[in-house]
Ligand binder design. Structure first.
Ligand code: SF4
Ligand code: SF4
Ligand code: SF4
Length: 170
């Protein structure tokens, strides 16, 4: 797991306890993986419904979230398009992913870059005067993923969190 470039605090540590690096990322509202594979009919309706084009048809024909494609706005169109029960409303199945910034970040190495901060719709990333490290507030972060694809050195990754704050999108 990469180092998370934010100031340590008790609530953030609690949030990230049990976090795992991103591997398989289903669309918002996806039920547990075994049930998802059972319910999803691979119809592509969620992929077609996404106005941000951040979902793709991936291995086995099942849909996945592609972090390189930018921000998920949590509009819910993918969930509304799904008739199979594989995707549930976010109030029932909150989005479990959050961003984390690793040590390859250019700003930490003296290169001017604030791309992740500039695209973050939740002001979850900030820079303090005199501190080149981007600070990520995981309690503000919605896991929208805008910062992941924009980073020129792939320093921003998504982590699955098992201990959830109250969802801002539920
Ligand atoms: S919630 Fe909206 S933006 Fe996010 S993946 Fe679904 S359709 Fe796309
Ligand atoms: S976009 Fe990437 S390299 Fe730039 S400040 Fe953010 S984490 Fe660092
Ligand atoms: S995932 Fe979205 S909300 Fe979280 S830090 Fe990145 S841009 Fe901001």
């Amino acid at each position: 797991m990469p180092a998370v470039a934010s100031q340590p605090d008790r609530s953030r540590r609690a949030l990230l306890r049990g976090a795992a690096p991103a591997s398989l990322v289903r669309p918002p509202g996806a039920v547990d993986e075994a049930l998802f594979l059972d319910r999803c009919t691979r119809c592509d309706d969620c992929v077609a419904a996404c106005p941000e084009h951040v979902l793709v048809r991936a291995d086995g024909g099942f849909p996945e979230r592609d972090w390189q494609r930018g921000e998920c706005t949590f509009c819910g169109d993918c969930i509304a398009a799904c008739d199979s029960g594989a995707l549930l409303p976010l109030a029932q199945q909150p989005w479990p992913w959050r961003a984390a910034i690793g040590d390859s970040c250019l700003a930490q190495r003296g290169v001017t870059c604030q791309s992740c901060r500039e695209v973050c719709p939740d002001s979850a990333i900030r820079f303090s005067p005199g501190n080149p490290r981007p600070l990520l507030d995981t309690l503000r972060c919605s896991g929208c993923g805008a910062c992941v694809g924009v980073c020129p050195v792939s320093a921003v990754v998504a982590l699955r969190v098992t201990s959830e704050p109250a969802s801002a999108h539920g």
